[in-house]
Ligand binder design. Structure first.
Ligand code: FES
Length: 852
């Protein structure tokens, strides 16, 4: 028996376990999050006798007589100050890290109400945040110090939510205080737990799976195998991903599931899994795309090892290169990269109605999951009801199902609520990654430095399954020439199956890789042409009315040159400054269905915004609130934003391709326009109780290869220029970024996206790696190389717009989510090139302040 205090109340625990599990599972103190259970992430930070500790570490026996404080135990004044300051600063995105951050802030401010920025950084060094880049969290803590020190009153709430203003995001409070629920915060009556047995080898024939000993375990409820799956394969776009591998089948990566075990208690899952006996014949895995392309290579999928091929040609690149004064050819390589969202994957499925299922999920599209699960179970989509809880970051990594289908399958058979949750190591090993790519780029220009042509070959490792490897490769290719004005391109891309981890969607969607190559080549050409890299880009930057290399005419709202102008001074003033440009589509484009839908229903005098657009932290609820308030002038206190739910919210497609602000934003604006008409003649919202206002927006684009001179590939593009400045030690001193994202919807959110994206981009460039050897990932969460607050440099953000007409949708707003990190790695490599003269062609950059 161990007696101690939690938030002022004495508690007695009767069995030994770690504090995190006890707080979450037994006391239901759910502000304390389980981000890694390895002491690396800080999402479970609590105070023990006033000292901050990660709750996943201490055992209850070490806590006897001690006093534990979590966010739930803060005083009312502390709660209101932290809620105000974190929301006002824009410090909250997905929110998963935030209660832990607040505890670290309290630990600092309890002893020091005049902290410096550096002291704040040190105080939160143990808390990882993957969304914000720490800048706004630091500002929030400094503000909170002012409030406590000066005993400042909390300002009145905002009564307007107009565009391009600072407005506190609508889901801030529940995330700061930890009252908002993520899937893992739910414990349902009679709930059981499930976990899959994964393949021991990346490639092996599964000769026999013997379940007998496992079934005899007293806590085992059910074990399912491939035989129990009605439709054996799932897949977001390509149905090639086995739900489980059958006896006699061949595994494709170490994440392949062989059996799915359900137990009464989650603690026994590993014991039962260990009792399953599998006989394998181990095979030599294919671990690189070049080997997979050899004629002698075994086929990973029946249809061959080339998952997707892209050929893009415009003009005559060979002829233009021949006539060009300067030509460079270089090979580049970029590694796998983990999304490292702070919330590991978790889903709960349970029976609903007579023969349906309810799925609690945290993903990027509830409708995609409904579709895929109904396919797997061979039942109508209407039988599957998907409801989204809060989502603790996604960045593309929660587009594919990971745990949802296993939860649904087990619930289907057992007729019980089933929770399936990845440990952090499972998340690292099994979910999709940014594609590793090998690239050869040739770029040419004339004597004056005017770009003339480029040729490129891109080879992407899509690993064991397709995931979104097709569109990722396509975007890598369509954006490979950069945001410049030239017409001769010749690009060949191939995405190839291997036995590695799976390449999938990841913020930047392939452009992160090809931008690294193209921007580095431009630096070499600038040198040959005797131009500064800034000048070279300025001469060639795409301007409104000019034609992008893909043939699309740049809109009047294109502000590439304005972005460059905004960073010129800082680039020129610093000898070790590196520069890069980028552009990124908003919307799926290329002729695909791209529809945003919004239903505004008036219920009890409040306007409910109903759309399935998933928020993984980027701020969909706040964006939609702005759209409604800007259009109608309503007080934001009258607005309720509902979470995605296939029974309540119309299908707004996946949160991908930086599309939701434009597509769902415009659908919401249109629905709000109808509401505004109904509110005319002095009617109030209450007068409209029971009424509904629906609209949608379909972004129409031309398909790839459309027989047109100037196809519209995407409904809009955002543009950016970034400068990374190194100090004399070769450490990043600051980053200055100028971005054209059209009309900023919410200032805190736009800045926050950019700051968070830049820190993620610096990680990709300098500190992160995802080594995979022989098909096995060789890392733990703590060795991933995620940047911490003390490593994050100052970031200066400039939001610029073109003088021309705005995009005619969503009040002229464009996507920001992906663009922000695309130019960071080439800007870093350029800065190091200027620093030490070494031209680096692979990531993460080596021989730097950050990596040997
Ligand atoms: Fe920090 Fe998402 S807000 S991890």
């Amino acid at each position: 028996m161990f007696t101690f205090k939690v938030n002022g109340t004495s508690v007695t625990a009767d069995k030994e376990q770690n504090l995190l599990t006890y707080l979450r599972d037994e006391l239901r103190v759910t502000s304390v999050k389980d981000g890694c259970s390895e002491g690396a992430c800080g999402t479970c930070t609590v105070l023990i006798d006033g000292k901050k500790i990660k709750a996943c570490i201490p055992k209850l026996s070490s806590l006897v007589g001690k006093s534990i404080v979590t966010v739930e135990g803060l005083s009312p004044r502390e709660k209101e100050v932290y809620v105000h300051c974190f929301a006002q600063a824009g410090a909250v995105q997905c929110g998963y890290c935030i209660p832990g951050m607040v505890i670290s802030a309290k630990s600092l401010l309890d002893g020091n109400l005049n902290p410096t920025r550096l002291e704040v950084k040190k105080a939160i060094r143990g808390n990882l945040c993957r969304c914000t880049g720490y800048v706004k969290i630091e500002e929030a803590i400094l503000q909170a110090a002012d409030f406590f020190r000066e005993d400042l009153p909390i300002p009145q709430r905002e009564t307007q939510a107009l565009l391009n203003t600072r407005f506190k995001r609508v889901d801030a409070e529940e995330k700061i205080l930890g009252t908002g629920q993520f899937v893992d915060d739910l414990i349902l009556p009679d709930m059981i737990y499930a976990k899959a047995l994964r393949s021991k080898y990346p490639r092996a024939v599964v000769n026999r799976i013997d379940l007998s000993k496992a079934l005899a375990h007293p806590d085992c409820i059910r074990i399912l195998t491939e035989k129990d799956v009605p439709n054996k394969k799932i897949g977001h776009l390509v149905t090639d991903w086995d739900v489980m591998i059958a006896e006699g089948g061949t595994t494709r990566y170490i994440g392949d599931a062989l059996a799915l075990v359900a137990t009464q208690h989650k603690e026994t899952l590993d014991e039962v899994l260990a009792l399953i006996e599998v006989e394998y014949t181990e095979l030599v895995p294919i671990t690189c795309p070049t080997d997979a392309l050899k004629a002698s290579a075994p086929l990973i999928h029946e249809q061959g090892n080339i998952m997707r091929k892209e050929v893009l040609k415009r003009g005559n690149a060979d002829a233009a290169i021949k006539k060009s004064k300067y030509v460079v050819t270089r090979k580049y390589s970029t590694p796998f990269n983990d999304h490292a969202f702070m919330e590991p994957e978790c889903a709960i499925a349970l029976p609903e109605g007579e023969d349906g299922l309810l799925l609690y999920t945290g993903s990027q599209s509830v409708y995609d999951e409904r579709h895929e699960i109904s396919h797997m179970l061979a039942i109508p989509e209407e039988k599957i009801h998907c409801h989204s809880m809060l989502v603790g970051g996604g960045f593309g990594g929660k587009e594919d199902m990971s745990v949802q289908h296993h939860a649904a399958l087990m619930a289907w058979y057992t007729k019980k609520p089933v929770k399936v949750k990845f440990s952090r190591q499972e998340s690292l090993n099994y979910h999709t990654k940014r594609h590793a790519m090998e690239m050869e780029f040739t770029t040419a220009c004339d004597e004056q430095g005017i770009l003339t042509a480029m040729k490129a070959i891109l080879l992407a490792d899509t690993g064991a399954y397709a995931s979104l490897g097709g569109p990722v490769l396509q975007r890598a290719c369509t954006h490979a020439a950069g945001p410049y004005n030239y017409q001769n391109i010749d690009i060949l891309g191939m995405s190839v199956y291997t036995n590695n981890v799976i390449g999938g969607a990841y913020r930047g969607f392939g452009v992160t890789q090809s931008c690294f190559a193209t921007e580095n080549n431009i630096n070499l050409l600038a040198e040959m042409a005797g131009l500064s890299p800034w000048e070279m880009r300025y001469k060639n930057a795409i301007r409104p009315g000019q034609v992008l290399p893909n043939g699309q005419i740049a809109d009047p709202n294109c502000a590439m040159v304005e972005c460059l102008e905004a960073v010129k001074a800082v680039y020129e003033a610093n000898p070790y400054a590196g520069i890069a440009c980028a552009f990124k589509n908003s919307g799926t484009g290329v002729g695909l269905k791209d529809i945003g839908r919004c239903l505004l229903s008036i219920e009890k005098g409040l306007v409910h915004i109903r759309t399935s657009a998933a928020c993984m932290g980027q701020g969909i609820a706040t964006m939609c609130t702005h759209m409604v308030c800007q259009e109608t002038g309503l007080d934001p206190a009258l607005i309720v934003h509902e979470r995605p739910d296939t029974n309540r919210t119309p299908n707004s497609g996946t949160s991908t391709a930086s599309r939701q602000t434009v597509v769902t934003g415009e659908a919401t604006r249109r629905a709000a326009q109808k509401l505004k008409v109904a509110l005319a003649d002095g009617k109030s919202v209450v007068d409209l109780n029971g009424q509904e206002f629906y609209d949608e927006f379909s972004a129409i684009t031309d398909p790839m290869g459309a027989p047109k001179d100037f196809p519209v590939s995407h409904v809009s593009y955002s543009y950016g220029a970034q400068v990374v400045v190194l100090d004399s030690q070769g450490k990043v001193e600051k980053v200055v970024a100028a971005y054209d994202v059209g009309t900023p919807v919410n200032i805190q959110s736009v800045e926050g996206q950019i700051e968070g994206g830049i820190i993620m981009g610096l990680g990709f460039a300098l500190t992160e790696d995802f080594p995979v050897q022989g098909g096995y990932p060789l890392l733990k969460f703590g060795t991933l190389g995620l940047m911490r607050a003390t490593e994050a440099p100052p970031i200066e953000v400039h939001l610029v717009q073109a003088p021309g007409e705005k995009l005619p949708y969503a009040f002229g707003a464009k996507g920001v989510g992906e663009l922000c990190l695309i130019p960071t790695s080439p800007a870093c490599s350029h800065a190091y090139y200027r620093y030490d003269g070494k031209f680096r062609t692979s990531l993460p950059l080596r021989e730097t302040y950050y990596k040997k």
